[in-house]
Design a protein around this ligand. Structure first.
Ligand code: SF4
Length: 82
């Protein structure tokens, strides 16, 4: 016997995707609207910032460059060899 594993997006548990989800690959289009494959309530995923499962948007990670003084670095390296 086969189990029916189809997801019924319009059973009321799933909330439609929000505007910010536009372009995400996890959107599933149903007759009743667009839903998210990963979350029941997409708007909650965007409330605190970028949805961490979004395939179309990535948070900008600020990489701080640390300046290293080459003379001090060489000195430190030679000290640790002793
Ligand atoms: S994974 Fe995030 S961005 Fe993509 S559809 Fe779902 S809630 Fe929207």
């Amino acid at each position: 016997m086969q189990k029916n594993t189809a997801v019924n997006y319009s059973d009321g548990r799933y909330k439609p995707v929000v505007e910010k989800c536009d372009g995400c690959e996890r959107i599933v289009e149903e007759a009743a609207g667009k839903y998210c494959q990963s979350y029941l309530n997409p708007s909650a995923k965007w409330r605190l910032g970028i949805c961490n499962f979004a395939t179309h948007a990535k948070p900008e990670i600020a990489v701080a460059k640390i300046r290293v003084n080459p003379l001090k670095a060489a000195k430190r390296a030679s000290k640790s060899k002793k």
